[in-house]
Design a protein around this ligand. Sequence first.
Ligand code: ADP
Ligand code: MG
Length: 246
Amino acid sequence: MERPLIEISALNKEFRGGIQALRDVDLTVASGEVVVVLGPSGSGKSTLIRCINGLETTTGGSIRVDGQQVNGISQRRWRKVRLNVGMVFQNYALFPHLNVLGNITLAPRRAGIMRRAEAEDEARRLLDMVGLADKETAPVASLSGGQQQRVAICRALAMQPKVLLFDEPTSALDPEMVGEVLAVMKRLAQEGITMICVTHEMGFARSAADRVIFMDQGEIVEMASPDNFFTAPKAERSRRFLELIS
Ligand code: ADP
Ligand code: MG
């Protein structure tokens, strides 16, 4: 069998003050797989994906991306391996002083992966894919939330990451803009991009996920196909969660 793209084993994260945000989390994700992470507020979803991106230090266990250790390593090594991991945040986190093209081309140029012309060609290809071909010179502040989030997805993809992490990418959006962002995410899923998505969008989980994981109190309580999870959740805590949101 092919080695999983992401291998997380016995991962622990304790914040200062003694909050155990992750408890012995084991998770493997295959290349091309789409994993949706569900769970109540405070269950450790953001902490899990922030650890994969090296935004949080860990207090135990290991995370490997494409065979390379990404936790507990030097800053210098981390700067290199994190290039494999793209992230899309709830609040887009675009650079406000740059226009759309500048936001997308900055990281690949800085990292020396692409020269300007090549980075701009790639950015235009990505903007076209997300339906924003006419916005390349727009200041980001002139865009709607849904448009900004689509630019943020392009920015992450421009680095050609091996995996794309999403932390509630539609939670800050007005309802009428949620669909346009989910449509882009579905398309990426169909194109075989490996994704780990924290989201409360159950429709997306049902239609795009290969696997759903349900977290509670820092643990993965249940891991199942979306069909099984939504129609026949096994764990009591999953059942309660689904009752609350339905
Ligand atoms: P979720 O994303 O599922 O809502 P989080 O991963 O943000 O949950 O948080 C998991 C737990 O860790 C919560 O109890 C939260 O209060 C705590 N936590 C998160 N970030 C920090 C931090 N920087 N310092 C201390 N505790 C934190
Ligand atoms: Mg969170």
